[in-house]
Design a protein around this ligand. Structure first.
Ligand code: AMP
Ligand code: MG
Length: 391
Protein backbone atom coordinates (compact mmCIF):
# COMPACT_ATOMS: atom_id res chain seq x y z
CA UNK A 1 0.00 0.00 0.00
CA UNK A 2 1.46 3.37 -1.07
CA UNK A 3 4.77 1.46 -1.16
CA UNK A 4 4.78 1.70 2.66
CA UNK A 5 5.16 -1.06 5.20
CA UNK A 6 1.88 -2.86 5.86
CA UNK A 7 0.41 -2.71 9.33
CA UNK A 8 0.94 -6.42 9.99
CA UNK A 9 4.55 -6.29 8.79
CA UNK A 10 5.26 -3.25 10.94
CA UNK A 11 3.84 -4.86 14.10
CA UNK A 12 5.81 -8.04 13.40
CA UNK A 13 8.99 -6.02 12.82
CA UNK A 14 8.59 -4.26 16.16
CA UNK A 15 8.02 -7.49 18.09
CA UNK A 16 10.97 -9.19 16.38
CA UNK A 17 13.25 -6.53 17.89
CA UNK A 18 12.06 -6.98 21.47
CA UNK A 19 13.55 -9.39 23.99
CA UNK A 20 12.34 -9.59 27.60
CA UNK A 21 14.12 -7.52 30.24
CA UNK A 22 16.05 -9.02 33.17
CA UNK A 23 14.06 -10.25 36.14
CA UNK A 24 13.91 -9.32 39.81
CA UNK A 25 12.12 -10.55 42.91
CA UNK A 26 9.22 -8.30 43.86
CA UNK A 27 7.37 -8.30 47.22
CA UNK A 28 3.66 -8.97 46.69
CA UNK A 29 2.70 -5.53 47.96
CA UNK A 30 4.54 -3.94 45.06
CA UNK A 31 3.73 -6.50 42.37
CA UNK A 32 0.34 -5.19 41.20
CA UNK A 33 0.33 -4.93 37.42
CA UNK A 34 3.70 -6.65 37.03
CA UNK A 35 4.31 -9.59 34.68
CA UNK A 36 5.42 -12.92 36.16
CA UNK A 37 8.70 -14.11 34.67
CA UNK A 38 9.00 -17.45 36.49
CA UNK A 39 5.83 -19.30 37.46
CA UNK A 40 4.70 -18.54 41.02
CA UNK A 41 4.45 -21.85 42.94
CA UNK A 42 2.29 -22.81 45.91
CA UNK A 43 4.21 -23.08 49.20
CA UNK A 44 1.38 -25.04 50.83
CA UNK A 45 -1.61 -27.15 49.94
CA UNK A 46 -4.65 -24.97 49.59
CA UNK A 47 -6.71 -25.32 51.69
CA UNK A 48 -3.83 -26.36 53.99
CA UNK A 49 -6.17 -28.76 55.88
CA UNK A 50 -9.61 -30.30 55.37
CA UNK A 51 -11.93 -27.48 56.36
CA UNK A 52 -15.63 -26.93 56.75
CA UNK A 53 -17.54 -25.15 53.96
CA UNK A 54 -20.44 -24.33 56.30
CA UNK A 55 -21.33 -23.43 59.84
CA UNK A 56 -22.71 -26.73 61.22
CA UNK A 57 -21.67 -30.01 62.79
CA UNK A 58 -18.77 -32.27 61.90
CA UNK A 59 -19.94 -35.90 61.91
CA UNK A 60 -19.11 -39.41 60.73
CA UNK A 61 -21.41 -40.02 57.76
CA UNK A 62 -21.96 -43.62 58.89
CA UNK A 63 -23.60 -42.26 62.07
CA UNK A 64 -26.26 -40.40 60.05
CA UNK A 65 -29.19 -40.04 60.27
CA UNK A 66 -29.23 -40.00 64.05
CA UNK A 67 -29.02 -38.09 67.29
CA UNK A 68 -25.40 -37.38 68.24
CA UNK A 69 -23.63 -36.06 71.31
CA UNK A 70 -21.91 -32.66 70.85
CA UNK A 71 -18.41 -33.04 72.34
CA UNK A 72 -16.66 -29.83 71.22
CA UNK A 73 -17.14 -26.47 69.48
CA UNK A 74 -14.52 -25.67 66.80
CA UNK A 75 -13.88 -22.09 65.69
CA UNK A 76 -11.83 -21.13 62.59
CA UNK A 77 -8.16 -21.13 63.57
CA UNK A 78 -8.74 -23.34 66.68
CA UNK A 79 -8.62 -27.03 65.76
CA UNK A 80 -10.17 -29.60 68.11
CA UNK A 81 -7.61 -31.32 70.33
CA UNK A 82 -9.31 -34.72 70.22
CA UNK A 83 -10.65 -36.95 67.46
CA UNK A 84 -14.36 -37.40 66.83
CA UNK A 85 -15.63 -40.71 68.14
CA UNK A 86 -18.63 -42.86 67.15
CA UNK A 87 -22.00 -41.29 67.89
CA UNK A 88 -20.42 -37.86 68.35
CA UNK A 89 -20.67 -34.49 66.61
CA UNK A 90 -18.60 -31.30 66.95
CA UNK A 91 -20.00 -27.86 66.24
CA UNK A 92 -17.79 -26.28 63.56
CA UNK A 93 -17.52 -22.84 61.94
CA UNK A 94 -16.89 -22.18 58.23
CA UNK A 95 -13.15 -22.59 57.68
CA UNK A 96 -12.73 -24.67 60.85
CA UNK A 97 -10.48 -27.75 60.80
CA UNK A 98 -12.58 -30.88 60.24
CA UNK A 99 -11.55 -33.06 63.18
CA UNK A 100 -9.90 -36.41 62.80
CA UNK A 101 -12.57 -39.12 62.54
CA UNK A 102 -15.16 -36.84 60.88
CA UNK A 103 -15.84 -37.08 57.14
CA UNK A 104 -18.81 -34.72 56.65
CA UNK A 105 -20.40 -31.53 57.89
CA UNK A 106 -24.14 -31.06 58.40
CA UNK A 107 -25.18 -27.41 57.90
CA UNK A 108 -26.66 -25.82 60.97
CA UNK A 109 -29.97 -25.10 59.21
CA UNK A 110 -30.50 -28.86 58.72
CA UNK A 111 -30.20 -29.93 62.38
CA UNK A 112 -32.25 -29.79 65.58
CA UNK A 113 -30.11 -28.91 68.53
CA UNK A 114 -31.09 -29.55 72.12
CA UNK A 115 -28.52 -28.85 74.87
CA UNK A 116 -25.56 -31.14 74.03
CA UNK A 117 -27.51 -33.34 71.60
CA UNK A 118 -28.04 -32.74 67.91
CA UNK A 119 -30.39 -34.53 65.54
CA UNK A 120 -28.92 -34.78 62.03
CA UNK A 121 -30.30 -36.05 58.70
CA UNK A 122 -28.45 -38.53 56.45
CA UNK A 123 -25.33 -37.02 54.82
CA UNK A 124 -22.83 -38.46 52.41
CA UNK A 125 -19.11 -38.77 53.09
CA UNK A 126 -17.36 -35.56 52.01
CA UNK A 127 -20.46 -33.36 52.27
CA UNK A 128 -19.51 -29.70 52.95
CA UNK A 129 -15.88 -30.63 53.55
CA UNK A 130 -13.24 -28.73 51.51
CA UNK A 131 -10.48 -31.29 51.00
CA UNK A 132 -6.90 -30.36 51.75
CA UNK A 133 -5.20 -29.25 48.48
CA UNK A 134 -8.54 -29.06 46.64
CA UNK A 135 -7.58 -25.68 45.09
CA UNK A 136 -3.87 -26.25 44.56
CA UNK A 137 -1.15 -28.60 45.83
CA UNK A 138 2.13 -27.43 47.35
CA UNK A 139 4.69 -27.06 44.54
CA UNK A 140 2.09 -26.62 41.80
CA UNK A 141 1.84 -23.53 39.61
CA UNK A 142 -0.37 -20.73 40.94
CA UNK A 143 0.32 -18.11 38.23
CA UNK A 144 2.11 -19.04 35.05
CA UNK A 145 5.02 -17.17 33.52
CA UNK A 146 3.90 -14.36 31.21
CA UNK A 147 0.73 -13.52 33.16
CA UNK A 148 0.10 -10.01 34.44
CA UNK A 149 -0.67 -9.81 38.16
CA UNK A 150 -4.11 -8.37 38.86
CA UNK A 151 -5.98 -8.56 42.17
CA UNK A 152 -7.13 -12.18 41.71
CA UNK A 153 -3.63 -13.42 40.79
CA UNK A 154 -2.04 -11.57 43.71
CA UNK A 155 -4.66 -12.97 46.07
CA UNK A 156 -3.95 -16.47 44.78
CA UNK A 157 -0.20 -16.11 45.26
CA UNK A 158 -0.73 -14.75 48.78
CA UNK A 159 -3.16 -17.56 49.68
CA UNK A 160 -0.64 -20.13 48.50
CA UNK A 161 1.98 -18.69 50.82
CA UNK A 162 4.50 -16.92 48.58
CA UNK A 163 5.55 -13.42 49.65
CA UNK A 164 7.50 -12.55 46.47
CA UNK A 165 7.21 -13.12 42.76
CA UNK A 166 9.85 -13.09 40.06
CA UNK A 167 9.01 -10.43 37.48
CA UNK A 168 10.68 -8.68 34.59
CA UNK A 169 11.95 -5.33 35.81
CA UNK A 170 9.81 -2.35 34.88
CA UNK A 171 10.82 -0.88 31.51
CA UNK A 172 12.32 2.60 31.68
CA UNK A 173 10.62 4.79 29.08
CA UNK A 174 11.25 8.36 27.98
CA UNK A 175 8.66 10.64 26.41
CA UNK A 176 9.72 13.48 24.17
CA UNK A 177 7.26 15.78 22.40
CA UNK A 178 8.80 17.85 19.62
CA UNK A 179 7.52 21.06 18.03
CA UNK A 180 8.38 24.74 18.35
CA UNK A 181 4.65 25.47 18.66
CA UNK A 182 4.18 23.48 21.88
CA UNK A 183 3.44 25.06 25.26
CA UNK A 184 2.74 23.32 28.56
CA UNK A 185 -0.78 23.25 29.97
CA UNK A 186 -1.40 26.35 32.06
CA UNK A 187 0.86 28.67 30.01
CA UNK A 188 -0.50 31.57 27.93
CA UNK A 189 -0.63 30.80 24.21
CA UNK A 190 0.98 33.29 21.82
CA UNK A 191 -0.08 33.39 18.16
CA UNK A 192 0.57 30.07 16.44
CA UNK A 193 1.12 28.11 19.62
CA UNK A 194 -0.80 25.07 20.90
CA UNK A 195 -0.79 23.09 24.11
CA UNK A 196 1.27 19.92 24.29
CA UNK A 197 -1.21 17.04 24.38
CA UNK A 198 1.12 14.19 23.51
CA UNK A 199 3.55 14.46 26.40
CA UNK A 200 0.70 13.94 28.85
CA UNK A 201 -1.02 11.32 26.69
CA UNK A 202 2.13 9.23 26.24
CA UNK A 203 3.24 9.46 29.86
CA UNK A 204 -0.15 8.17 31.00
CA UNK A 205 -0.19 5.42 28.37
CA UNK A 206 3.29 4.21 29.32
CA UNK A 207 2.38 4.10 33.00
CA UNK A 208 -0.69 1.97 32.21
CA UNK A 209 1.60 -0.30 30.22
CA UNK A 210 3.85 -0.81 33.27
CA UNK A 211 6.76 1.58 32.61
CA UNK A 212 8.72 3.98 34.78
CA UNK A 213 8.48 7.16 32.74
CA UNK A 214 10.87 10.06 32.24
CA UNK A 215 8.91 12.93 30.67
CA UNK A 216 11.39 15.23 28.97
CA UNK A 217 10.46 18.89 28.40
CA UNK A 218 9.14 19.36 24.85
CA UNK A 219 11.81 20.51 22.43
CA UNK A 220 11.63 23.08 19.65
CA UNK A 221 12.38 22.07 16.05
CA UNK A 222 16.06 22.69 16.62
CA UNK A 223 18.89 20.22 16.04
CA UNK A 224 20.85 20.91 19.21
CA UNK A 225 17.73 20.61 21.37
CA UNK A 226 16.82 17.31 19.70
CA UNK A 227 20.36 16.01 20.15
CA UNK A 228 20.45 16.78 23.85
CA UNK A 229 16.97 15.42 24.58
CA UNK A 230 17.36 12.25 22.51
CA UNK A 231 20.75 11.51 24.07
CA UNK A 232 19.08 11.46 27.47
CA UNK A 233 16.03 9.58 26.23
CA UNK A 234 18.11 6.81 24.65
CA UNK A 235 19.55 5.82 28.03
CA UNK A 236 16.32 3.90 28.80
CA UNK A 237 14.65 0.87 27.27
CA UNK A 238 11.98 2.68 25.26
CA UNK A 239 11.85 6.14 23.71
CA UNK A 240 8.59 7.52 22.41
CA UNK A 241 8.71 10.82 20.56
CA UNK A 242 5.87 12.76 19.00
CA UNK A 243 6.03 15.03 15.98
CA UNK A 244 8.85 15.70 13.60
CA UNK A 245 8.78 12.46 11.60
CA UNK A 246 7.20 13.78 8.38
CA UNK A 247 9.02 15.13 5.35
CA UNK A 248 9.22 18.83 6.28
CA UNK A 249 12.47 20.72 6.85
CA UNK A 250 11.60 20.98 10.56
CA UNK A 251 11.13 17.25 10.99
CA UNK A 252 14.33 16.32 12.79
CA UNK A 253 13.65 13.24 14.89
CA UNK A 254 14.82 10.65 12.37
CA UNK A 255 17.98 12.43 11.28
CA UNK A 256 19.14 13.21 14.82
CA UNK A 257 18.25 9.70 16.00
CA UNK A 258 20.31 8.26 13.12
CA UNK A 259 23.20 10.54 14.05
CA UNK A 260 23.01 9.13 17.61
CA UNK A 261 23.27 5.56 16.34
CA UNK A 262 19.63 4.55 16.01
CA UNK A 263 19.13 2.11 13.14
CA UNK A 264 15.79 2.67 11.48
CA UNK A 265 13.72 -0.49 11.02
CA UNK A 266 10.82 1.16 9.21
CA UNK A 267 9.39 4.56 8.41
CA UNK A 268 5.86 5.09 7.13
CA UNK A 269 3.17 2.47 7.54
CA UNK A 270 0.06 2.14 5.40
CA UNK A 271 -2.23 3.08 8.26
CA UNK A 272 -4.57 5.98 8.95
CA UNK A 273 -4.06 7.94 11.09
CA UNK A 274 -0.34 7.90 11.75
CA UNK A 275 1.31 7.06 8.45
CA UNK A 276 4.71 8.73 9.04
CA UNK A 277 5.45 6.59 12.13
CA UNK A 278 9.06 5.47 12.43
CA UNK A 279 10.66 2.70 14.45
CA UNK A 280 14.34 2.13 15.13
CA UNK A 281 16.68 0.44 17.59
CA UNK A 282 19.97 1.24 19.23
CA UNK A 283 21.26 -1.88 20.94
CA UNK A 284 18.29 -3.06 23.01
CA UNK A 285 16.69 0.40 23.16
CA UNK A 286 13.55 0.86 21.08
CA UNK A 287 12.68 4.23 19.55
CA UNK A 288 9.17 4.96 18.33
CA UNK A 289 8.78 8.19 16.38
CA UNK A 290 5.04 8.85 16.41
CA UNK A 291 3.49 11.60 14.27
CA UNK A 292 2.43 14.74 16.13
CA UNK A 293 -1.29 14.81 15.59
CA UNK A 294 -2.57 13.59 18.95
CA UNK A 295 -4.88 10.94 17.52
CA UNK A 296 -1.97 9.61 15.45
CA UNK A 297 0.05 9.44 18.65
CA UNK A 298 -2.75 7.61 20.45
CA UNK A 299 -3.24 5.10 17.64
CA UNK A 300 0.49 4.59 17.10
CA UNK A 301 0.89 3.87 20.79
CA UNK A 302 -1.77 1.15 20.80
CA UNK A 303 -0.56 -0.46 17.57
CA UNK A 304 3.17 -0.48 18.18
CA UNK A 305 4.30 0.77 21.58
CA UNK A 306 1.95 -1.06 23.94
CA UNK A 307 2.66 -4.48 22.38
CA UNK A 308 6.41 -3.77 22.52
CA UNK A 309 6.23 -2.77 26.18
CA UNK A 310 4.24 -5.91 26.98
CA UNK A 311 6.84 -8.02 25.18
CA UNK A 312 9.67 -6.30 27.10
CA UNK A 313 7.96 -7.45 30.30
CA UNK A 314 7.68 -10.99 28.95
CA UNK A 315 3.91 -10.88 28.74
CA UNK A 316 2.23 -13.68 26.82
CA UNK A 317 0.26 -12.48 23.83
CA UNK A 318 1.76 -8.99 23.63
CA UNK A 319 -0.84 -8.04 21.07
CA UNK A 320 -2.20 -5.86 19.61
CA UNK A 321 -5.11 -7.70 21.22
CA UNK A 322 -7.80 -7.65 18.57
CA UNK A 323 -11.37 -8.46 19.49
CA UNK A 324 -14.31 -9.07 17.17
CA UNK A 325 -17.41 -6.97 16.70
CA UNK A 326 -19.70 -5.68 13.97
CA UNK A 327 -20.03 -2.11 12.76
CA UNK A 328 -23.23 -0.36 13.79
CA UNK A 329 -22.82 2.11 10.93
CA UNK A 330 -21.14 2.07 7.52
CA UNK A 331 -17.61 3.51 7.23
CA UNK A 332 -15.98 4.81 4.08
CA UNK A 333 -12.88 2.81 3.26
CA UNK A 334 -9.50 4.35 2.55
CA UNK A 335 -6.47 3.18 0.54
CA UNK A 336 -4.84 2.65 3.95
CA UNK A 337 -5.99 0.46 6.85
CA UNK A 338 -7.91 2.77 9.19
CA UNK A 339 -8.19 2.76 12.95
CA UNK A 340 -11.62 4.30 13.48
CA UNK A 341 -12.46 5.74 16.87
CA UNK A 342 -15.64 4.07 18.08
CA UNK A 343 -17.79 3.33 21.08
CA UNK A 344 -18.79 -0.16 22.07
CA UNK A 345 -22.57 -0.58 22.15
CA UNK A 346 -24.90 -3.47 22.98
CA UNK A 347 -24.90 -4.48 19.32
CA UNK A 348 -21.41 -3.63 18.08
CA UNK A 349 -19.24 -0.60 17.43
CA UNK A 350 -20.56 2.88 16.78
CA UNK A 351 -18.00 4.95 14.82
CA UNK A 352 -17.72 8.47 16.26
CA UNK A 353 -18.10 11.63 14.24
CA UNK A 354 -14.95 13.71 13.93
CA UNK A 355 -12.35 11.25 12.64
CA UNK A 356 -9.61 13.71 11.74
CA UNK A 357 -6.25 13.06 13.32
CA UNK A 358 -6.06 16.37 15.20
CA UNK A 359 -9.44 15.76 16.92
CA UNK A 360 -8.24 14.42 20.25
CA UNK A 361 -11.32 15.70 22.10
CA UNK A 362 -13.58 13.67 19.81
CA UNK A 363 -11.25 10.69 20.18
CA UNK A 364 -11.47 10.99 23.97
CA UNK A 365 -15.08 9.76 23.69
CA UNK A 366 -13.94 6.48 22.16
CA UNK A 367 -13.41 3.21 23.99
CA UNK A 368 -12.41 1.24 20.90
CA UNK A 369 -10.30 1.50 17.77
CA UNK A 370 -12.01 -0.37 14.94
CA UNK A 371 -9.77 -1.66 12.16
CA UNK A 372 -11.35 -0.88 8.80
CA UNK A 373 -9.22 -2.67 6.21
CA UNK A 374 -8.11 -0.67 3.19
CA UNK A 375 -10.27 -0.78 0.08
CA UNK A 376 -12.79 1.04 -2.07
CA UNK A 377 -16.31 2.22 -1.30
CA UNK A 378 -17.91 1.53 2.05
CA UNK A 379 -17.65 -1.10 4.70
CA UNK A 380 -21.36 -1.68 5.31
CA UNK A 381 -23.20 -1.55 8.62
CA UNK A 382 -23.23 -5.07 10.06
CA UNK A 383 -19.77 -5.92 8.71
CA UNK A 384 -17.50 -7.85 11.08
CA UNK A 385 -14.39 -5.92 12.15
CA UNK A 386 -11.55 -6.37 14.57
CA UNK A 387 -10.99 -3.74 17.23
CA UNK A 388 -8.71 -2.75 20.11
CA UNK A 389 -10.08 -1.67 23.46
CA UNK A 390 -8.96 1.70 24.74
CA UNK A 391 -8.31 1.93 28.46
P1 AMP B 1 4.20 16.96 13.11
O1 AMP B 1 4.05 15.47 13.20
O2 AMP B 1 5.34 17.51 13.90
O3 AMP B 1 4.21 17.41 11.69
O4 AMP B 1 2.88 17.56 13.76
C1 AMP B 1 1.62 17.31 13.17
C2 AMP B 1 0.55 18.14 13.86
O5 AMP B 1 0.44 17.75 15.20
C3 AMP B 1 0.84 19.62 13.88
O6 AMP B 1 -0.39 20.30 13.71
C4 AMP B 1 1.39 19.85 15.26
O7 AMP B 1 1.20 21.15 15.72
C5 AMP B 1 0.59 18.86 16.07
N1 AMP B 1 1.33 18.44 17.24
C6 AMP B 1 2.61 18.04 17.26
N2 AMP B 1 2.99 17.72 18.49
C7 AMP B 1 1.92 17.90 19.29
C8 AMP B 1 1.69 17.75 20.68
N3 AMP B 1 2.65 17.33 21.49
N4 AMP B 1 0.46 18.04 21.15
C9 AMP B 1 -0.50 18.48 20.33
N5 AMP B 1 -0.36 18.62 19.02
C10 AMP B 1 0.85 18.37 18.48
MG1 MG C 1 6.27 19.26 14.24
Amino acid sequence: MDGHTTLDDAIAAVLSHVSPLETEDVPLGRASGRVVAAAALARVDLPPFASSAMDGFAVRSVDTPGTLRVTARIAAGRPATVALGGGEAMAIATGGVVPEGADAVVPIENVREDADRVEVPAVEAGAHVRPRGGDVRAGDEVVRAGARLGPAQLGAVAAAGADRVTCARRPRAAVLATGTELRPAGAELAAGEIYDANGTLLAAALVTAGCDVDVIEPVADDEAAHREALTRALEGDVVVTSGGVSVGPHDLVRTIAAELGVEEVFWRVAVKPGKPVSFGVRGRTLLFGLPGNPVSTLVGFELFVRPAVRALQGERDPGPRWEDAVLDRAVRRDPRDQLVRARRTATGLEPLTGQESHMIVRAAEADALALVPHGDGELAAGSPVRYLRLG
